[in-house]
Design a protein around this ligand. Structure first.
Ligand code: ADP
Length: 418
């Protein structure tokens, strides 16, 4: 159907609706007038009959005598033949004038409706007409086989490994699909790159302890079997490296599970104060080299989240504080409520602090400051990225304030559990 014929059809529907509206108005006026006249005349007649004869049952006949111009009488004859004449000139004139006035008003209304309703109906039907035109447009769009083939061949030519390869059809009508596909491709490449980097970083980190273990085994093999000092030194070193590797593999597994969505949260409402106290007690027991301090608000702080995971994040922060703080120094653990009612935890130390250029990277996987790498702390560079993943999953925030040689404070804020 062409646009012209859609328009013709719309105009005819508009005209029909308009005609129906006019007739409806006309009949509404007509029946209202009729009802009003019947009520007024009937009421007046009843009133005069009761007034003159006492009861409508005594009435025999009703006639009108005279004219409206001079005088008009209403003659009521009862069953005994007595006639009662009532002067009805004024009511009849009032009725006539009232009716004429009403008809004039209704006539004007009809006139207005005749003049303007056509455009009103047309306006109301415009969205429908638009819809019909769009549907027509859509139905006219034919399936363009050649274009789809062009797109298909453009996609098949793209190699996911090539860093700058992208879909190109040179067809302006396929521009939208082309852009969406290219953006998807670059997202996939980024994920691929990240995965590759993760695997190579992980292998690199694992290579060092393996090399150390192998070195000590070689020493033992050559000279150490009979030398108790070399033997003991080698066993200690191998033990340390094995522990380090063990921790690294556990953390790698955690991150791999997180990336593939296999680390679900088991959320519940729990006491954050109690959890902080447990971590505080266990840290005091494990690490006697530092002084631990717990500052908690008197009220029990409640939070919503996975207590096991949050405990893990808190342990990572405490572990770091212990790693980068001199023996004998104090590590302070705080638990409380922020000003906007967010349950929060903080771990503060007065250890080595973090250089400003490192602060923005410490949550990245495998990132370790040069200072940390050169020290004997034995970290993996994965702890803070795990803590951040846990806090992000809880829709909370983790914030760090640090000054070299003064100390570091990490603060976790969780979502309000009110
Ligand atoms: P690591 O196993 O090396 O500690 P993390 O991911 O836990 O790995 O920490 C990343 C880096 O952040 C550390 O190597 C260290 O440089 C720095 N860092 C973290 N916590 C502290 C802290 N409390 N004091 C000083 N530096 C810290």
């Amino acid at each position: 159907m062409s646009n012209e014929s859609i328009q013709k059809k719309n105009s005819s529907i508009t005209r029909r609706l308009y005609g129906m509206l006019q007739w409806k108005l006309f009949f509404a006026f007509f029946f209202t007038d009729l009802l009003a006249e019947v009520c007024v005349i009937g009421g007046y007649l009843y009133y005069q009959i009761v007034n003159s004869l006492g009861s409508p049952r005594l009435l025999d006949s009703v006639t009108l005598e005279g004219t409206l111009k001079s005088t008009l009488f209403l003659v009521l004859t009862d069953q005994s033949g007595t006639a009662h004449a009532v002067d009805a000139t004024l009511p009849a004139r009032l009725l006539r004038d009232g009716t004429l006035g009403l008809l004039a008003i209704q006539g004007i209304c009809l006139l207005f409706s005749l003049c303007f309703d056509y455009f009103r109906v047309k306006g109301r039907l415009r969205p429908l007409s638009q819809l019909a035109a769009n549907a027509e447009e859509l139905s006219r769009m034919s399936f363009d086989e050649a274009r789809f083939q062009q797109l298909e061949s453009a996609i098949s030519q793209v190699s996911p490994e090539a860093p700058d390869a992208h879909v190109q059809t040179n067809d302006p009508e396929l521009q939208g699909i082309e852009t969406a596909l290219n953006s998807l491709l670059s997202q996939m490449r980024e994920a691929y790159r990240q995965q590759g980097r993760f695997v190579s970083d992980a292998s690199h980190e694992l290579r060092t302890p393996i090399a150390v273990i192998k070195g000590y085994i070689d020493i033992l093999d050559r000279w150490g079997k009979e030398d108790p000092q070399v033997l003991s030194e080698s066993i200690t070193a191998i033990k340390n490296e094995t522990n380090h590797m063990n921790r690294l593999v556990e953390q790698l597994l955690f991150l791999a599970r997180s990336d593939s969505g296999r680390n679900p949260l088991h959320t519940e409402r729990f006491s954050l104060s109690q959890m902080a106290e447990e971590v505080y007690e266990e840290s005091r027991m494990i690490d006697e080299a530092h002084v631990y301090e717990l500052l908690r608000e008197p009220a029990d702080i409640l939070a919503c989240g996975d207590p096991t995971m949050l405990k893990q994040a808190l342990r990572i922060l405490i572990d770091n504080a212990a790693k980068y703080t001199n023996p004998g120094d104090t590590i302070t653990l705080r638990v409380g409520m922020s000003r906007n009612y967010q349950p929060c935890l903080s771990v503060q130390d007065n250890g080595s602090g973090i250089q400003s250029q490192d602060v923005s990277h410490i949550f990245e996987r495998f990132y370790r400051s040069d200072q940390a790498r050169n020290s004997e702390t034995g970290g993996t560079g994965l702890g803070l990225s795990i803590a951040k993943w846990i806090i992000d999953r809880h829709k909370g925030t983790i914030e760090v304030v640090s000054r070299p040689e003064i100390g570091t404070r990490f603060t976790i804020r969780l979502q309000s559990s009110l």
